[in-house]
Design a protein around this ligand. Structure first.
Ligand code: FES
Length: 181
């Protein structure tokens, strides 16, 4: 009867030594012919190469998928939570202008209306567009749907449901400082 199983088992190798013939189906009846047929095969090397191929495949998969995952899941940006912060130079907001600064997690518009410095959220309470200072009209305007706010953030007209969140701003020396209201 044909023998199957572990070719390297001591019992099997013993059978091969005894001269068992090699069957045409690839099973072994034992004998030196079969020993010669397996002579070129190194099962330990095959196992090692298999692990190398699997490792390379895993490395390729990781390097391919990592940027995709990083793209799909944007990084979480960490914001500070300061009571006040020097956001820039006073010269960045000359008279009759407004400029938006990042303060903690908020975008804040600082307005210099003829020396009167005010600050409020720069995010329109309608649908979240960024507002700007319109010096000719002396008001804060939203470019998306026409919301209008006073310099201090109160509603003048438009579809927005709420005023702009208030902040404080002051100039100390050359520095422009924003603080929580
Ligand atoms: S988002 Fe500002 S008016 Fe609509």
């Amino acid at each position: 009867m044909a023998q199957q199983g572990n070719f390297k088992s001591p019992a099997r190798m013993g059978a091969l030594e005894d001269g068992a013939p090699l069957s045409s189906a690839g099973t072994v009846s034992g004998g030196k012919a079969r020993e010669q047929g397996l002579g070129g095969v190194n099962f330990e090397r095959r196992s090692f190469l298999g692990k190398v191929v699997a490792g390379v495949g895993a490395a390729v998969a990781v390097t391919t998928l990592y940027p995709v995952v990083k793209f799909i899941i944007p990084p979480t940006k960490e914001f500070s939570n300061l009571n006040e912060k020097v956001v820039g130079k006073a010269s960045e907001v000359p008279e009759k202008t407004g400029k938006i600064f990042q303060f903690n997690k908020d975008k804040v518009i600082v307005i210099n209306d003829n020396g009167k410095i005010t600050a409020c959220s720069a995010v329109c309470t309608h649908l979240g567009c960024l507002v700007h200072w319109a010096p000719k009209d002396n008001l804060i305007s939203c470019p998306c749907h026409g919301a209008k706010y006073k310099q201090t953030g109160e509603i003048i007209s438009g579809p927005q449901p709420l005023p702009l969140n208030p902040f404080k701003a002051r100039i100390e020396g050359e520095n422009l400082i924003i603080s929580k209201a």
